[in-house]
Design a protein around this ligand. Structure first.
Ligand SMILES: Cc1cc2nc3c(=O)[nH]c(=O)nc-3n(C[C@H](O)[C@H](O)[C@H](O)COP(=O)(O)OP(=O)(O)OC[C@H]3O[C@@H](n4cnc5c(N)ncnc54)[C@H](O)[C@@H]3O)c2cc1C
Length: 503
């Protein structure tokens, strides 16, 4: 079979499926190819106000009302109770020291809570990706896309002004089919499609952030709020319960995330800079490294003492020896990459889902408006390519500065303020008009903000924690109208995001 399609999309994660749906509803003939089969495990679960704005806007812009409920916890639970998610009222950061139970003081020098939404109903969410991605893939098929699961790409060739792709599918033994398409769209996340078939190599030696991670899904993870009287539960100023957040348990050499879903499952992962990281080869290595790290921190050990892995493999752990990556190019003649296929930095501060959605938004406009005129060569395509590089560099700076701040928890939280001011500025733009972002994704084209953040990164001193915090407090001053690093507020930042666009 070799009918001519408009595009082959590699990857049926949420970004490939949403883009596929938009294009199919715009009259494109689409094939989506995935080597996995839904429902499948996927990491990257904590959404943000930015992601929610983008999702609601995509739903309105392209007439996909089924997407809209996923942009807030209340509407999600009402419309799709069968798709597991978690309530995320904000970001929390807790300091843990080796061999000590977590403790705090009245000034909250060991905890930071930043609210991202005003109420449970309009709050952000954690996405149980196996459920969410399976739902979106089904929607994609209902919109007219062909979905090939458990599929293996056997050959990709340029033939005149289109592509020929040979694909074998587990379900259809002994048959390899050929597909012809005008566009190749790589939505394959951390996969190697563009390297293998388009010669698009990695170009990421320059990245400041170099971390590894071990992660898994668990039942019976004890709540941090119920752990001890020292751990804050519902905070009156921040306005939410600690377990309804993206929890960052920060240590002197990394951090652990905990994201709770409503079905009793918790996503847990350790992240550490690679200079502290012993490369992992096997599940046993992962289990050993996990155990050693967790056992150093009594409060984390206690929360995980009854935890049981959800997955049916030996210990339920997965790992990546290096998370950050970037490719040489995002665009070529007849091919284009979505943001996560192009580059990724780190889970810290949860910028990934929003970045992926921002790429869907931009590519949908470019492909539908310009797709038939040229294939990746006009100035708008070149701009997309350059823009993605600037965005990955920007996220790398915001996140890399936090790692550079370790072992100081105070400096880590202070540097995180650069992320918060960038996100807050961007969320205000999203709330008023999600289609136009003059200052770029997460305000990355705001030159003054960028210059100040870079200076702040360069000035970080391992010796002087107080000087670091003071200089960041002064640096963020012109954008900081929410009280970040304000001594009076004691590390409790009430609602930072504007009211949901979804409203
Ligand atoms: C450890 C970790 C933690 C993260 N935490 C967060 C977080 O808390 N919040 C957040 O916002 N973001 C987070 N992210 C980022 C998040 O994972 C991504 O933004 C998100 O997964 C992007 O979705 P996607 O659909 O673009 O790609 P993916 O979810 O990676 O989907 C890609 C799909 O393509 C398929 N595929 C890949 N290669 C091929 C191939 N060659 N042939 C056929 N199929 C292929 C795969 O099977 C997969 O189904 C995290 C990332 C990591 C690594």
């Amino acid at each position: 079979m070799s009918a001519l399609f408009d595009a082959v999309i590699i990857g049926s994660g949420f970004s490939g499926s949403i883009l596929g749906q938009i294009l199919a509803r715009s009259g494109w003939r689409i094939v989506i190819v995935d080597r996995a089969k839904h429902p499948r495990f996927a990491i990257g679960e904590s959404s943000t106000p930015t992601a929610d704005f983008l999702l609601a806007y995509l739903a309105d812009r392209w007439g996909i009302p089924e997407l809209r409920p996923l942009s807030a916890w209340g509407t999600w639970k009402e419309s799709y109770p069968q798709i597991a998610c978690g309530k995320k009222r904000g970001f929390t950061y807790f300091a843990h020291s080796p061999d000590q139970l977590f403790y705090d003081c009245p000034q909250h020098s060991h905890s930071l809570m930043v609210a991202a939404s005003q109420s449970d109903y309009w709050s952000d969410t954690h996405w149980l990706r196996s459920d969410v991605d399976a739902f979106l893939a089904r929607q994609c098929v209902a919109s007219g896309c062909e979905l090939l699961e458990s599929a293996k790409i056997e050959d990709v060739r340029r033939d005149g002004d289109h592509w020929k792709i040979r694909i074998a599918q587990e379900a259809i033994a002994d048959e390899t089919r050929e597909w012809k398409a005008r566009w190749l769209i790589d939505a394959g996340g951390g996969g190697d499609f563009s390297e293998r078939w388009l010669g698009n190599r990695r170009d990421d030696a320059w990245m400041k952030t170099k971390t590894g991670s071990i992660f898994g899904h668990f039942q019976n993870v004890e709540g941090f709020g119920s752990l001890s009287s020292q751990a804050p539960a519902s905070d009156p100023v921040a306005g939410f319960h600690v377990d309804d957040s993206a929890q960052h348990h920060v240590t002197e050499d990394g951090w652990m995330w905990m994201l709770r879903f409503d079905n009793g499952v918790t996503s847990v992962g350790i992240v550490q800079p690679t200079e502290r990281w012993k490369p992992i080869e096997t599940r046993d290595d992962a289990a050993m490294a996990w155990k050693q790290w967790v056992s150093k921190y009594p409060s984390l050990s206690q929360m995980l003492s009854k935890a049981k892995a959800v997955e049916n493999n030996s210990n339920g752990l997965r790992w990546s020896n290096r998370l950050s990556r970037c490719r040489q190019r995002a665009v070529g003649d007849g091919w284009v990459l979505l943001p996560t296929a192009y580059g990724f930095v780190d889970p810290l501060h949860s910028s990934g889902i929003a970045h992926a959605l921002s790429g869907v938004l931009r590519l949908a406009e470019l492909l539908v408006k310009e797709g038939s005129v040229d294939k990746g060569t006009s100035s708008r395509w070149v701009a997309y390519d350059r823009q993605l590089r600037r965005e990955v560099e920007w996220i790398d700076l915001l996140v890399g500065g936090c790692y550079r701040s370790l072992p100081s928890y105070a400096t880590f939280c202070a540097f995180a303020s650069w992320y918060f001011v960038s996100a807050i500025q961007f969320e205000r733009v999203m709330a008023s008009d999600p289609s136009r972002w003059i200052d770029g994704y997460l305000s990355c084209d705001n030159e003054v903000l960028q210059k100040k953040t870079m200076e702040s990164f360069d000035q970080l001193s391992q010796q002087d924690e107080a000087a670091n915090v003071k200089s960041i407090r002064e640096g963020i001053h012109i954008w900081n109208d929410v009280g970040l690093l304000d001594r009076e507020r004691g590390q409790r930042i009430p609602h930072t995001a504007p009211p949901k666009y979804a409203r």
